[in-house]
Design a protein around this ligand. Structure first.
Ligand code: FES
Length: 146
């Protein structure tokens, strides 16, 4: 019989309300992630399509830099794809895979999200309560029984 190692409990952190991100748009958040007892800057992008949300680290696999255009823009003209503002790589927003551009076949790093009572929550990581960026304050999700 195989023993399964205990996993870290899934503590959800509220990042924003679902309606703070229009459908077919994305928004970035600069958070503090706790690793080995230290708070590290962690920049993520959340894309919304209807009631679905998809999260990725804000780091293009082409050159390892943030992929925004400036002005918090992360999508192509019709909002159907994530797009890097540096050299135009296009990504499937549901999988994070680059489908056109200089890093075809590579993928954005996913961030685990859930929607709880119209709040977008991150799970699977430990975040600092005091955020790096004052505008992007996270809190434990009270509705998840934690
Ligand atoms: S850095 Fe994103 S396409 Fe080059």
């Amino acid at each position: 019989m195989t023993e399964i190692a205990p996993t870290q409990p899934l503590v959800p952190y509220v990042v924003c309300g679902l309606n703070e991100i229009p459908s077919k748009r994305a928004k970035d958040f600069r958070l503090g992630r706790i690793e080995n007892g230290e708070v590290k800057h962690w920049s993520i992008v959340i894309y919304r399509l209807g009631q679905q949300v998809y999260g990725y680290e804000n780091q293009c696999p082409h050159e390892g830099v943030g992929f925004d255009f400036g002005g918090e823009r992360f999508v192509n003209d019709n909002g159907s794809l994530l797009m890097c503002g540096k050299h135009g790589a296009l990504f499937n927003p549901g999988t994070g895979e680059c489908i056109d551009g200089p890093c075809v076949g590579q993928s954005l790093k996913p961030v685990n999200l859930v929607v709880l009572d119209d709040d977008v929550c991150i799970v699977g990581v430990e975040l600092a309560g005091d955020d790096i960026d004052e505008d992007d304050e996270v809190s434990l999700c009270e509705d998840a029984g934690v």
